[in-house]
Ligand binder design. Structure first.
Ligand SMILES: Nc1ncnc2c1ncn2[C@@H]1O[C@H](COP(=O)(O)OP(=O)(O)OP(=O)(O)O)[C@@H](O)[C@H]1O
Length: 286
């Protein structure tokens, strides 16, 4: 046994409570027209961590991201971003809040008529008054962070799908956001690029001190990099917690999802009128 040096060996404390959440939904209800999507949903996204937001297709994951960025507004409840209710922000407050959010959309759409460099420079030129010399340094730093400093002069048509995703990632972090939201960052990637993208999300989160929300259907890779998992289903939260806790959940909804079972409590059909209404209910019809 090594000798106990005062102040060196730290007694194990019980697990520390999660740091106060960076994003929090409190009893949020939202629907598109008459179509209810979220029915009184509450969850917390821990600060400084990678949170995976998962659930069946059409369950409202992208909608949750839109509510955080206030592209949509909750009909009831509060959407807190670093303690502020985004639903109550005025235009200036919203602009400030959005400056702190980076967003990587599905397939990371790059501007096809701009080089890799100009794609990453775009938000800096658009939203800051920085000199071109500073813009250059920042762009090269961000490209370096995603391993693509050498690709600065290429056009989007000259890079692979995985590289394009990384360029989009460099662009999403160009303005040094506090929160990065990834919507399906792995969609359409081969397994190697997928692994690279996942590790990069984890690494950028930790080295840049971000909070990350990853919407993904890729269970394995997402569970591997996430600290916290939230599963949305049928308008509510089916589970939230550490990946291993969620994996072991006995809840039938979560079990169906985590084990990718086609049948279970998650509905297969988009809400629809009864069969009789569409096809009639005439006895004896073939
Ligand atoms: N602008 C809109 N107007 C009306 N309905 C919408 C709109 N956007 C999304 N929806 C509907 O809301 C539901 C939730 O959509 P959302 O994109 O949030 O789901 P998702 O969980 O991200 O799905 P996926 O995993 O397939 O991307 C879907 O059924 C969709 O058809």
């Amino acid at each position: 046994m090594p000798e106990k040096v005062p102040g060196f060996f730290i007694e194990m404390e019980p697990a520390a409570p999660l740091p106060h959440p960076f994003v929090e939904f409190r009893d949020v209800t939202f629907g598109y027209g008459a179509r209810a999507i979220l029915g009184g949903v509450s969850f917390a996204v821990p600060r400084g961590r990678v949170t995976a937001l998962m659930g069946a297709s059409g369950g409202g994951k992208t909608t949750v991201l839109r509510l955080i960025g206030r592209q949509q507004r909750a009909q009831r409840g509060e959407v807190l971003f670093d303690g502020q209710d985004v639903g109550k922000l005025d235009a200036a407050g919203l602009y400030k809040a959005r400056r702190r959010m980076g967003m990587l959309f599905q397939f990371g759409a790059l501007f096809t008529d701009m080089s890799v460099f100009d794609n990453v420079a775009f938000p800096l030129r658009e939203h800051t008054q920085l000199s071109e010399a500073l813009v250059r340094d920042i762009v090269l730093m961000k490209l370096d962070a995603v391993g693509l400093r050498g690709a600065r002069d290429l056009m989007p048509s000259e890079v692979s799908g995985g590289m394009a995703r990384r360029v989009a990632l460099a662009r999403a972090i160009a303005l040094d956001p506090d929160l990065v939201m990834y919507d399906e960052p792995f969609a359409g990637l081969d397994p190697i690029s997928l692994g690279t993208a996942a590790r990069l999300i984890r690494q950028l989160n930790d080295t840049l001190g971000l909070t990350s929300i990853v919407v993904s259907h890729d269970l394995e890779e997402t569970f591997r990099i996430a600290d916290h998992v939230i599963i949305l289903a049928n308008g509510g939260i089916a589970a939230q917690g550490k990946p291993e806790e969620v994996r072991e959940s006995a809840d039938p909804l979560v079990h169906q999802f985590v084990n990718a079972l086609p049948d279970g409590p998650v509905h297969f059909h988009y809400p629809v009128v009864g069969i009789e209404e569409d096809f009639g209910n005439e006895g004896g019809r073939a």
